[in-house]
Design a protein around this ligand. Sequence first.
Ligand code: EPZ
Length: 420
Amino acid sequence: MDSFNIRGGVPLKGDVTISGAKNSVLPIMAATLLTRETCVITRVPNLSDVKFMADILRSLGAEVAFKGDTLTVKAERVSGVGDYEMVRKMRGSICILGPLLARLHKTKVSLPGGCVIGARPIDLHLKGVRALGAKIRIEGGYVCVNAPRLTGAEVFLGGRSGPTVLGTANVLMAATLAEGVTVIQSAACEPEVVDLANFLTSMGARIQGAGSPTMTVHGVKELHGAEHEVIPDRIEAATFMIAAAATGGEVTLHGVRADQLTAVIDKLREAGVRIERSGALLKVSRGRKLKPVDVTTLPYAGFPTDVQAQMMVLMTLTPGISIITERIFESRFMHVSELARLGAEIAIEGPSAIVKGGAPLSGAPVMASDSRASAALVIAGLVAEGTTQVNRIYHIDRGYESIDDKLRSLGARIQRVEES
Ligand code: EPZ
């Protein structure tokens, strides 16, 4: 398995362009199954998760072609079974459930299973499609869904941790071709859900309230092909903002939607990071003195759980006590033990991590876990004295396009070591 070798101590300087959003393009790729016509998606990030989703679409019978950052999909004929092994390997692929149900009225998709950050149940996804008239049975690790007719309904999709992003996406996509009106209450408000809704609208869907907790969908007979440019990846942007501040450099991010980063910008400014905005540019540098902060992850527009690990690294560099509380996933502190190997002092108390910051980090071999935690370890390596080896970097390649190339262009001493 490949790894990154990082020699720390270089402040990042220069310009970086943010790629299209992984968590937007995956459901949008699934949505292309809703029409027989051709869809063209641009600003598609070159990620292993995107390639994987493309393989899943092909396994369902769709024609899929990439040309640079443009993806063309034509799902003229579609079969109804999501490949067991494929769907199990990538949780995000659960979002083929809604489109397949709407298109074929019958499908079988493997239960996605849990991952390092939590159990990742799909009870709310199933509650939503059941409300639209689907009959569901779990058999042999598959969820088998059958709905001769999909009928609009009112459904509350809030769970114990708040709304569900992909659950909202699944129900939204199924509702676009249901008969009648669907009202989704406690819908996820993430920008990626709004991006999906915009794509569906360009295909002829009738959706109101995207980005608000109540979405209303008037079902239509069919959807047509469309073109769509994916929104920039706010999580990648936040990651580079924190890397700039952590290394004491100055980085200008290009192609950013600052309006989708308000909680991150607010918290980083509170922590002493200097952030200047002009249009789609964000210039980020460390201010005079970093200050400890308290952070709680929340559903959008709160502080994103996908930026929790990266923020923790910045807090390990900040003299004083910071508290980071994870309210979305039940076990998203895998990076804590790895950061401790670099000298960080962090204690976990239930859903909170108490960070005693200020001690310098020193390089060591560390293990990546989920995509975002792995990016946090890279940031730590950029700051630590000496060399840090981040192993199992396939996790990073799932969620970040060419992160080593982008960091090298900012002056980082990072090399990809391919395991022979
Ligand atoms: C999406 O996952 C993102 N993934 C995640 O990003 C992100 O962390 C998460 O939303 C929260 O923002 C993609 O979009 C591909 P949820 P999703 O359903 O939709 C519970 C990354 O690194 N829940 O919003 O799967 C669940 O256990 C990834 O880019 C239920 O209880 O997350 C969690 O506690 C990691 N029942 C909470 O809701 C359900 O049926 C939020 O999960 C569904 C979810």
